[in-house]
Ligand binder design. Structure first.
Ligand code: PGA
Length: 247
């Protein structure tokens, strides 16, 4: 399985950033057998990014979508609309959306279902807050988010999970290597219960939260870490390429 190096640009950039696909390839030219690159720009860039990334073996993803196919949902995009742009992934349930835009587990579940039905691959984000970690509840919280965010009709063969501790996002803090390993192992266990070992073993579990060139090697070397979801360090193609080079 290829290691997935995914950049979540959040609400950063403008249309000139479309050239970052080519910029990345100039810095990291090998069409590596080991690595898939995914860029997740703001929605207004999706179509142009998808077009610019085509010959470069770089996938493009959205940062969210709505669960309904169409309707009176001002400001929203459906999964089919995302698919029309040429994007192939959708990040769902990012902690910033859970905190500020009303994304609950059950809404993430219906969005996941819509994304899979549209032929796209969902990246479902889970992760505990600092208080929950300090109270010793990280595993329980992540397990419950997974149970609630993966829909009953989910196809485990078309699913990516991202473990992103909320307190590690954008803070420069990361859990210890042992703590990342423990949670990823726990997630694998939850997925095995849900889908059976044959399917669960193939589900990529990414780590996200202050991943940078300085710490990526150790994190990406962990058995159950199949890639990274990168915010800040993914805005700069030099640091993204430096992370990819560590795989
Ligand atoms: P960060 O963000 O790498 O800036 O911590 C990660 C994320 O929010 O996905």
């Amino acid at each position: 399985m290829k290691t997935l190096i995914a950049a979540n640009w959040k609400m950063h950039g403008n249309l000139s950033w479309v050239q970052k696909s080519a910029e990345f390839r100039a810095l990291f030219p090998a069409k590596s057998k080991n690595i898939s690159i995914l860029l997740c720009p703001p929605a207004h860039m999706l179509e142009a990014m998808a077009r610019a990334s085509e010959g470069l073996d770089i996938s493009v993803g959205a940062q969210n979508c709505h669960d309904q196919a169409t309707g009176t949902y001002t400001g929203e995009l459906s999964a089919a609309m995302v698919a029309e742009t040429g994007a192939t992934y959708v990040i769902l349930g990012h902690s910033e959306r859970r905190a500020s835009f009303g994304d609950t587990d059950s809404w993430v579940a219906t969005k996941t279902s819509a994304v899979q039905k549209a032929g796209l691959k969902p990246i479902v984000c889970v992760g505990e807050s600092r208080t929950e970690r300090e109270a010793g509840h990280a595993e329980e919280v992540v397990g419950s988010q997974l149970a609630g965010s993966i829909p009953a009709d989910a196809d485990g063969r078309n699913l990516v999970i991202a473990y992103e501790p909320v307190w590690a996002i954008g803070t420069g803090l990361t859990p210890t290597i042992e703590d990342i390993a423990t949670i990823h192992d726990h997630i694998r266990g939850c997925l095995t219960t849900r889908f059976g070992a044959k399917v669960a073993d193939k589900i990529q579990i990414l780590y996200g939260g202050s991943v940078k060139p300085e710490n990526a090697k150790e994190i990406l070397a962990l058995k159950d870490v199949a890639g990274a979801l990168i915010g800040g360090a993914g805005l700069d193609m030099k640091s993204l390429a430096a992370i990819a080079a560590l795989v």
